[in-house]
Design a protein around this ligand. Structure first.
Ligand code: SAH
Length: 280
């Protein structure tokens, strides 16, 4: 559960990242969230949004921090199957480039873009966050929804993202946050979830702040919205309830983990970061 400082910068940080999302692409798309591969956000216990609506809500909160507008160019780091990018492009009129280390993600995202008539403003391509195929200072804003957790060398990815931002532009990051170190049974639960999500480790607050600082980015907002997203874990467990994989199923670890997600999400050490940084 530590970062690998020797992670290379030219190929995906973990060769497994793409594979996991090849699997999740299939699962998540057919299941409850239709293309959003991230948590939902509920204001309070009285908020009766569905999981699907709550995941769009998180996307909208991200969009609200991007100062997006027609003519502006945005980068989606770890775009999944493209639903957040398309939603933000549609709502704001901005141009969006999405990148991911999963070819099936990219194929699906392109299909979605074609079907949405937004293909002239939204493009998707296979690329690693640590080696972005874009010129320096080419974006007016960027976001990374639940992709940082998959990247070993987060400082390298953030430095690369910062390079592509124009001065003054925001970067919004949302991700599972390990509020404080875990030991004993809690550590086992966290490690199991890391393995299932193919995450080298969930980022901690200090690690993120240090990595952002090393990338030359200033933290503008740093919120822990763990309480507002926590309902997701039970909703996911419910959505995958009927699925009973055999132990030799290649998705066994992932499906198996969905059952224990509520236990993971209830750990006091598990939060969820919603942060805004800015390239000075
Ligand atoms: N942001 C999307 C998808 C989140 S899933 C959404 O909210 O729906 C995580 C995404 O990060 C996947 O698309 C995965 O391929 C991508 N990813 C993981 N490691 C990456 C890396 N090193 N560079 C770019 N994308 C990466």
């Amino acid at each position: 559960m530590t970062n690998d400082p020797s992670a290379h910068h030219t190929v995906p940080s973990s060769p497994d990242d793409g594979r996991l999302y090849d699997e999740q692409t299939e699962s998540a798309d057919g299941a409850a969230v239709d293309g959003n591969i991230h948590v939902g956000y509920w204001d309070s216990a009285a908020d009766d949004r569905s999981l699907d609506q709550a995941t769009d809500r998180l996307t909208d909160l991200v969009a609200g921090r991007l100062a997006a507008a027609p003519g502006r160019r945005l980068l989606d780091v770890g775009c999944g199957t493209g639903r957040p990018a398309l939603r933000i492009a549609r709502a704001t009129g901005a141009r969006v480039s999405g990148i991911s280390v999963s070819e099936p993600d990219i194929d699906l995202a392109r299909t979605r873009a074609d079907a949405s008539a937004l293909a002239d403003r939204v493009d998707f391509r296979y690329a690693d966050a640590c080696a972005l195929p874009f010129e320096s200072a080419s974006f007016d804003g960027a976001w990374a929804i639940e992709s940082m957790m998959h990247i070993s060398d987060r400082a390298a990815a953030l430095t690369e993202i910062a390079r592509t931002l124009r001065p003054g532009s925001p970067l919004v990051i949302t991700d599972v946050l390990l509020r404080s170190p875990v030991t004993g049974e809690a550590a086992e639960t966290v490690c199991q979830t890391c393995r299932a999500f193919q995450s080298p480790s969930f980022p901690g607050p200090e690690e993120l702040r240090t990595a952002l600082g090393r990338a030359g980015l200033e933290v503008v907002e740093f919120n822990d919205i763990g309480e507002q997203v926590q309902r997701t874990y039970q909703a996911f467990a419910d959505a995958f309830d009927g699925v009973a994989p055999s132990v030799d199923d290649p998705h066994y670890e992932f499906f198996n983990s969905t059952r224990s997600l509520p236990r993971f999400g209830a750990l006091p050490q598990i939060g969820y970061v919603f942060l805004v940084a800015r390239r000075p």
